[in-house]
Ligand binder design. Structure first.
Ligand code: GH3
Ligand code: MG
Ligand code: MG
Length: 497
C-alpha cells in the first residue's frame, strides 16, 4: 500500500468514531500494523498537574498505563514542552532520553496539538537504530494531527453528552419539583436523578437545623457509623466553608485528607453546593465520587441550577408547613386548636393500641368564666385564657399536647400515661391555677377537670372523650375546682379542694 493510502486509511479510522477509547485503540493498531512499530504509547496532558499520563500503549507491560511522567521528563516531555516533534535516531546518544524499555534504540515523540494547545504526545519506539526515515516521520506527523482532532472530537462529544445528561436532569427535577408536593419524596428523587446525570457514586441532601446538618435524602453507601437521616455538626470542613461563604467547594483529591468524619465509603473527590433561596442557605447538596478528579468547573453551572430548584422547593415546603401549622393553631392563645386535637387523639390511640403504652386525656374548663368576663371585661378574660394556656404548657412534657378545645375549655393529650399519672398531672394543674394571681382579677380563678385513660375508660376517641367529659361534668356538679376521673357511665371519683 502506498504511504498516502496508509495515511488516508488511518485518518478515516481515527476520525470515524467519537469514542475516546476507540480512537486510542485505533491509533495504536495503525502504528503497530501499518508502520510496523513494536512500541507505541499515547500520553495525554494533565494540565493541572503538569504531567503526561500514559492513556494507552502497546509493547510494554500493562502496568505502564496511567503512569505519570513529569512534563520535563524524557523525549515525550521535550516534545510537549517544545510543541514540536523530537526524534532520537540513536537514543544512547541523546541526553534527554529516559529509558522505559531496554530494547529501544530509536524514539520519535510527536506532540498532539489542538488550536495551538498541546493535549498529549504520541510516542513511537523501535528496537532498531535509525528506524524512522524522513518520509515515515512526515507521515506519522500528519497522522498525529488527525489523531489530535479525533481525540478532541471525542472529548467534545463526551462533554456534550455530559451536558445533555445534566440538562435532562435539571429538567426532570424542575418538573418534579412542581409535581411532587412531599418534600422527602422530591429530595430522594433529586438524589437519584443527580446520581444518574452526573455519574457519581454518592449524592446527599442535608438540611440545616441550627448548628447541625440533617441528612434528609441520599443515594449511595453510607459509612457504617453514619445512619440514614443522621445529623452531624455543620461546624466542620467542608460544610462550614460552604455555609459561611454560600459558595461551592470542590475537592478533587481526598486521598491525602486525614478527616475523621466521612458520610460515604470510597470517597476520593467531593463537591459541596449550598442550597440557597432568598439569600438563605437551607442546606448542602453534596456529590461524592469514588474517583479522584471527578469534578470540573464546567459541571458547576448545571449543579447549581439543580441546587437552586431543590432550595426553592425546600422554601416552599417550609411555607406549606407553616400554613398547615397556622390552620392548627388557636389565634388567641397560640396553642393548638380543636382540629389538631382531633388529628392527634386518633394517632395517640393508634399508638397506645399498637405498643400497649397507654395514653390519657384531661378536659379542663375554667370555672364561672362568664362571670369573670362580666365582672372584669372581655380583655381581662382573654388575658386569663392566654395565661392559663401558657401555665399548662409549662407544666407538661414535650410529648404532651395542650389544645384549646373551645371557649374556656382545654383538652390535653398525655402520651404514655395511665390513669394515676394523668390524675396527678390534672391535680397539679388545678392547684397551680388556683394559686395563681391573674392580673386584673382580684380573686381566685379555678378550673375543673375530667380525666380518662386508655383503655380502662374507653378504647375509641368517642369513648375517651365521653368519659373525660363525664369526669368534667362530675367535677362541676361536685362544686368545681376539682378533678374527677370519668367513666363511660356517670359514676365518678373526685379529688377535692
Ligand atoms: P362553668 O363554671 O360552668 O364552666 O361556667 P362558665 O361561666 O365558665 O361557663 P359558660 O359556658 O356558661 O360560659 C363560658 C364563657 O366563656 C362564655 C363566653 O363569653 C366565655 N368565652 C368563650 N370564649 C372566650 C374568649 O375567647 N374570650 C373571652 N374573654 N371569653 C370567652
Ligand atoms: Mg367554664
Ligand atoms: Mg365551658
Amino acid at each position: 500500500m502506498s504511504k498516502m493510502a496508509v495515511l488516508y486509511k488511518a485518518g478515516q479510522a481515527v476520525l470515524s468514531t467519537f469514542d475516546a477509547d476507540e480512537v486510542l485503540q485505533r491509533i495504536l493498531t495503525i502504528a503497530h500494523d501499518d508502520f510496523d512499530l513494536g512500541k507505541v504509547a499515547v500520553l495525554l496532558l494533565d494540565k493541572d498537574a503538569q504531567q503526561l499520563v500514559v492513556r494507552s500503549q502497546i509493547g510494554w507491560d500493562a502496568g505502564t498505563v496511567s503512569l505519570r511522567l513529569d512534563i520535563h521528563h524524557g523525549l515525550t516531555g521535550a516534545a510537549a514542552s517544545a510543541k514540536k516533534r523530537i526524534y532520537a535516531p540513536d537514543v544512547s546518544q541523546d541526553s534527554r532520553y529516559v529509558c522505559s524499555a531496554q530494547s529501544t534504540c530509536s524514539e520519535l515523540a510527536i506532540p498532539l496539538i489542538v488550536r495551538e494547545e498541546v493535549i498529549g504526545v504520541l510516542d513511537f519506539q523501535s528496537d532498531r537504530i535509525n528506524h524512522f526515515d524522513d518520509e515515515t516521520i512526515e507521515l506519522l506527523t500528519l497522522f498525529s494531527t488527525q489523531a489530535s482532532l479525533a481525540l478532541q472530537n471525542a472529548r467534545l462529544y463526551s462533554l456534550e453528552r455530559r451536558r445533555a445528561r445534566q440538562l435532562q436532569a435539571i429538567n426532570t427535577i424542575a418538573q418534579q419539583s412542581t409535581a411532587i408536593m412531599d418534600l422527602e419524596d422530591l429530595l430522594a428523587r433529586a438524589c437519584s436523578v443527580i446520581q444518574q446525570a452526573f455519574q457519581v457514586a454518592h449524592v446527599s441532601l442535608c438540611l440545616r437545623e441550627e448548628e447541625e446538618l440533617v441528612m434528609r435524602a441520599h443515594y449511595g453507601t453510607l459509612t457504617p457509623s453514619f445512619p440514614a437521616n443522621g445529623r452531624f455538626s455543620a461546624n466542620q470542613h467542608p460544610w462550614t466553608e460552604v455555609i459561611a461563604t454560600s459558595g461551592t467547594v470542590i475537592e478533587n483529591d481526598l486521598m491525602a485528607s486525614s478527616e475523621s468524619f466521612r458520610l460515604f465509603t470510597e470517597c476520593k473527590s467531593r463537591m459541596c453546593i449550598p442550597l440557597i433561596s432568598f439569600g438563605q442557605t437551607h442546606g448542602v447538596l453534596s456529590l461524592h465520587s469514588a474517583d479522584q478528579n471527578a469534578f470540573r468547573e464546567s459541571d458547576l453551572q448545571s449543579l447549581e441550577a439543580v441546587a437552586d430548584i431543590c432550595a426553592s422547593s425546600i422554601q416552599n415546603a417550609h411555607y406549606v408547613q407553616r400554613v398547615k401549622q397556622l390552620a392548627y393553631l388557636d389565634g388567641l392563645t397560640g396553642m393548638f386548636n380543636r382540629r389538631f386535637f382531633e388529628l392527634r387523639i386518633m394517632e395517640e390511640i393508634e399508638r397506645a393500641k399498637r405498643y400497649g403504652t397507654g395514653m390519657a386525656i384531661i378536659m379542663a374548663d375554667i370555672d364561672q368564666f362568664k362571670q369573670l368576663n362580666d365582672d372584669f371585661g372581655h380583655l381581662v378574660g382573654d388575658e386569663v385564657l392566654r395565661q392559663v394556656s401558657s401555665l399548662f404548657q409549662q407544666q407538661l412534657r414535650k410529648v404532651d399536647v395542650v389544645c384549646r378545645y373551645g371557649g374556656e375549655e382545654f383538652a390535653i393529650l398525655l402520651s404514655q400515661a395511665n390513669e394515676q399519672q394523668a390524675t396527678g398531672v390534672a391535680e397539679k394543674l388545678r392547684r397551680l391555677i388556683a394559686d395563681w394571681m391573674f392580673p386584673g382579677v382580684p380573686r381566685r380563678v379555678t378550673i375543673s377537670a375530667g380525666v380518662s385513660a386508655f383503655p380502662i375508660h374507653g378504647k375509641t376517641r368517642n369513648e375517651m372523650l365521653q368519659a373525660a367529659d363525664n369526669g368534667l361534668y362530675a367535677a362541676k356538679q361536685g362544686g368545681r375546682n376539682r378533678v374527677c376521673v370519668g367513666s363511660l357511665t356517670l359514676a365518678t371519683s373526685a379529688s377535692k379542694i
